[in-house]
Ligand binder design. Structure first.
Ligand code: GRF
Length: 197
């Protein structure tokens, strides 16, 4: 059974889906804690599922390395097998990446390496693309540059807005993430083998 800590910044709808999936006895991973870099609304989902949560606010740590050190110490207290970034709208501090890589997953609402960054959905629409997608990657020190573990195409429809398209992508992100976590837990996906030298 893998233990997971999930990090969020926002509403946490993908977190909620993972909490639901992980609450089923046959899923080979459990969420042991949920953390955020701010007072994220999504922390309420953790409370509802009886999962402990923590906040390490960036705002109270003007020095980024200090923030990284406190986040790392907080994460270490939970000893997670895997870190899952689920809408964390911030680069993970290098100290955390070094400590947990290659056991850090991120989901992204585009078919990487297309449309990396904070506005993957908006950028795909602005580019006039006819399809975009969802990806689950291993986190490295770059912005959405880590090895892709799973991805799937999502068509862009003529009347799509950023909101409608994102709402169609999110269920794909959730399904891919659950599959990758299960694959790592059962050994069919080995993060170490995907790590770039
Ligand atoms: C997801 O699309 C995630 O990949 C992106 O932000 C969204 C999170 O949404 N980085 P939510 O907070 O889980 O609703």
């Amino acid at each position: 059974m893998l233990s997971l800590v999930v990090l969020i910044s926002g509403g946490g709808s993908n977190l909620r889906a993972l909490l639901e999936t992980a609450s089923h006895g046959d899923f080979p991973a459990r969420v042991v804690a949920v953390g955020a870099d701010r007072e994220a609304a999504g922390l309420a989902h953790a409370e509802e599922f009886g999962i402990p949560s923590f906040t390490v606010p960036v705002a109270s740590h003007p020095d980024r390395d200090e923030w990284g050190a406190e986040l790392l110490a907080t994460l270490n207290a939970w000893q997670p097998d895997l870190l899952v970034l689920s809408g964390l709208m911030r680069l993970l501090p290098p100290a955390v990446v070094r400590a947990y890589s290659p056991r850090i997953l991120n989901t992204h609402p585009a078919y990487l390496p297309e449309f990396p960054g904070a506005h993957g959905v908006r950028d795909a629409l602005a580019a006039g693309a006819q399809q975009t997608g969802a990806s689950v990657i291993l986190v490295d020190e770059g912005v959405d540059t880590g090895p892709v573990l799973a991805q799937e195409r999502v068509p862009i429809l003529p009347r799509d807005t950023e909101a409608t398209l994102h709402e169609r992508i999110k269920p794909v992100e959730r399904r891919l993430l659950a599959g990758v976590i299960a694959g790592i837990a059962t050994g069919t996906i080995r993060p170490e083998e995907h790590q770039r030298a």
